[in-house]
Design a protein around this ligand. Structure first.
Ligand SMILES: O=C(O)CCC(=O)C(=O)O
Ligand SMILES: [Fe+2]
Length: 700
């Protein structure tokens, strides 16, 4: 790699196309990775038979053939193996029968030799903080420990494992394609269709006020019923008491089991008979019109239930709060953190088959702080009776009849949503309705875990449709969605708080993706630091490519070494070259593309090699200060002290909105100053390959 700079005045004739440049860069990347794989393996064993430690201080020898080694036999077999490997991966590449006389091999060997020392120096510095001297052995030991630590933290979470699997999988597919020259990975969704899908997803996420979040819902299983998973909330059977006459009380237990006292159809029939006809608000008046609303009701002063409001109601309310509150920040002036929802029981309603219904209406707010309604449907079997909620051209249907006999189901929506209850064709649909008011929060508390039912969110159907598409991330992939709301993601408490404190669209995205089988987590992300050395090399790389465009002269390849989350697999030369290919990104291409465009050459718009490669933290790291950073490239500092991976191939759906301080460091300009690196919280979702996710989707 040379960094010779040539200034050439722009000419109008070109020997090559931008497509040629891209193909040539790809070919050279593969070639370099293959050569490096052979050289790395060779060097790894060579170190064991050197009488000293290789590196920059003991620079690479002029002549490798006469290298001083402690074991001549091993040396011979190593050289033999190197030659075999090069011939295996790059047939016909060696111009000299003596592999150690091939200039290109020697050049890569020198690079490796020097790189090796750089690595020791970096890790020594990190470990020596506060210590004066340490032996090399100790430092090596520490270095291994810290490498193991950062590696194990990827492996210790489900998300980390999923990420590594996906990267490995994509890597082997990509490499297989390189090998067979099959071109880009085949897929039934074209790049354009894929981008369009991502764009739509972005639309869903970006405009929570306008689109997605006017309604939410969930369900609570009844103790003893077979249908529930571990994440679902459980309720005991619900007892209802009401006054039949002054001295006689009614008692009903739902769901009906015909065994427990009060849990029978007689008691249910009694309750239906004791209800008053339900009215609805028309202007200032309450009107009774069975054509419009055919239902019975009880006012709260006439009944009581043991529905566990302190526990279950609180959880429902917390979920409703997280989904609906962020969207009303413009309506009510309080700051987000200081508000909470209060629910006030309004009515018990019974809609009876075969003709109960409530036609389209909007609920009448009882007070200016009322922002919505909550409907809790008690476990009583019925048919029909879908609740349909509409807002801004979108519609959500809660079809509760299927689980009506075994679960409590609920929905909440803004006051200005039009809604209706379709005809109940059979059975009794019994609901408790609550008015929702926004209030100032007195004491803070951490809301409980996510128990929202993602199927009730409009994003769910869209995402499900996308995942059903075989060509959408056919071999799996990773989506990155920056959080829309601010969270203290670099606080020492962050790991306990997230994802529990997610709000609004963040909560929606997280729970929808997770429910559809993606492995999801929140991770801090440091975006491109764009350090000056990078810019310089980008320019060199692009210059060489531009020269190739004009004259067809050989390209000098420059690449960024991404600190891959994958440890290099030294066991096998095939694996090694592929993991090298995946952890390196060629430089200069986006600049060359701009150059080509400016000169009227055709450029493939869909090429994604200019996509952002961000550093994703292995976990939520708490903020800290470091003494590193003095006259060092900040990128190197980050890689050393902030455990992370530069993950290629993440599809970033949106732009970050909020940042927090990740760490501070000592920066030297003319005088020492404190620099700060910021991180953004992002939802990272690993989408399984189509064959795997179609099984998951089939079970939903
Ligand atoms: O029972 C329901 O599902 C909703 C009832 C309703 O819309 C109302 O009471 O205003
Ligand atoms: Fe209503």
């Amino acid at each position: 790699m040379s960094s010779k700079r040539r200034k050439v005045s722009s000419r109008t004739t070109f020997k090559k196309t931008m497509g040629d440049v891209e193909t040539e860069v790809k070919r050279l990347m593969v070639e370099t990775c293959k050569l490096d794989a052979c050289v790395f393996l060779f060097f790894d064993s060579l170190r064991e038979i050197l009488p000293y430690r290789p590196g920059r201080l003991v620079g690479p020898p002029q002549d490798f053939e006469t290298l001083q080694v402690t074991n001549k036999n091993k040396w011979k077999s190593l050289v033999q193996e190197l030659k075999q490997n090069v011939n295996l991966l790059l047939p016909g590449y060696l111009q000299n029968d003596q592999v150690l006389r091939d200039q290109r091999v020697i050049e890569r060997l020198r690079q490796r030799w020097i790189h090796c020392e750089d690595h020791y120096e970096e890790s020594d510095e990190e470990i020596d903080e506060g210590t004066d001297e340490k032996s090399n052995e100790e430092s090596d030991e520490c270095k291994n420990r810290s490498a193991r630590k950062s590696r194990s933290s990827w492996q210790s979470s489900d998300l980390g494992k999923a990420l590594t699997d996906t990267v490995t999988n994509l890597m082997s597919i990509q490499s297989a394609n390189e090998e067979t020259q099959a071109g880009p990975t085949e897929s039934s969704l074209t790049q354009t269709a894929f981008r369009e899908a991502c764009h739509q997803l972005q639309g869903y996420i970006g405009s929570e006020k306008a689109t997605a979040l006017f309604v939410c819902g969930g369900s609570i299983s009844i103790e003893g019923s077979e249908k529930h998973n571990e994440r679902q909330l459980i309720s005991s059977p619900v007892h209802i008491y009401w006054a039949i006459r002054e001295d006689i009380k009614g008692h009903l237990v739902l769901p009906l089991d015909e065994k427990t006292p009060g849990s029978n159809s007689d008691a249910l029939g009694q309750l239906v008979r004791d209800c008053d006809p339900a009215s609805f608000g028309q202007g200032q008046q309450d009107i009774i019109d069975p054509e419009y609303r055919r239902a019975g009701k009880l006012d709260p002063c006439k009944f009581s239930t043991n529905f566990d409001w302190p526990r279950l109601g609180k959880k429902i309310l917390n979920n409703v709060q997280d989904i609906l509150l962020p969207g009303i920040s413009t309506k009510i002036q309080n700051s987000l953190q200081l508000r909470e929802l209060r629910a006030e029981l309004y009515k018990l309603n019974i809609y009876s088959g075969p003709s109960g219904l409530f036609k389209k209406h909007v609920d009448t707010p009882r007070d200016e702080n009322q922002i919505g309604s909550l409907v809790v449907c008690l476990p009583s079997s019925f048919q029909g009776g879908d609740l349909v909620v509409r807002h801004g051209g979108k519609e959500m249907t809660f079809a509760w009849s299927g689980s009506s006999g075994s679960a409590i189901q609920w929905a909440a929506f803004y006051s200005d949503c039009e809604h209706e209850i379709k005809t109940i064709t059979d059975g009794q649909r019994i609901t408790l309705t609550y008015n929702l008011y926004v209030e100032e929060l007195v004491g803070g508390s951490i809301p409980p875990g996510i128990s929202i039912d993602p199927r009730t969110l409009p994003l769910y159907d869209f995402m499900k449709g996308l995942l059903h598409e075989p060509g959408f991330m056919k071999h799996g992939g990773t989506l990155g969605i920056y959080c829309s709301h601010a969270y203290p993601h670099s606080s020492p408490l962050a790991k306990q708080l997230l994802p529990r404190i997610l709000k609004g669209s963040d909560l929606v995205v997280y729970s929808v993706l997770e429910s559809l089988g993606a492995t999801v987590g929140i991770r801090p992300v440091i975006r491109n630091t764009n350090d000056s050395e990078d810019k310089y090399t980008e320019e060199d790389a692009s210059e060489s490519q531009q020269e190739y465009l004009r004259t067809g002269q050989e390209i000098n390849i420059f690449y960024k070494d991404l600190h891959s989350i994958l440890p290099l697999d030294m066991s096998d030369v095939h694996h090694l070259w592929k993991s090298l290919l995946y952890s390196r990104q060629p430089m200069g291409l986006s600049q060359t593309r701009t150059y080509a465009q400016e000169h009227g050459l055709q450029v493939n718009e869909n090429d994604s090699s200019g996509d952002e490669i961000a550093k994703v933290g292995t976990e939520l790291h708490a903020y800290f200060t470091s003494t590193r950073g003095q006259e060092e490239e900040i990128d190197n500092v980050i890689s050393d002290i902030w455990s992370s991976g530069s993950l290629p191939g993440i599809i970033w759906i949106n732009k970050p909105a909020h940042k927090e301080m990740a760490f501070s460091y000592l920066a030297y300009g003319n005088e020492a100053t404190i620099g700060t690196v910021y991180s953004n919280a992002a939802i990272i979702a690993v989408v399984p390959p189509f064959n795997k996710r179609s099984q998951i989707l089939a079970m939903l």
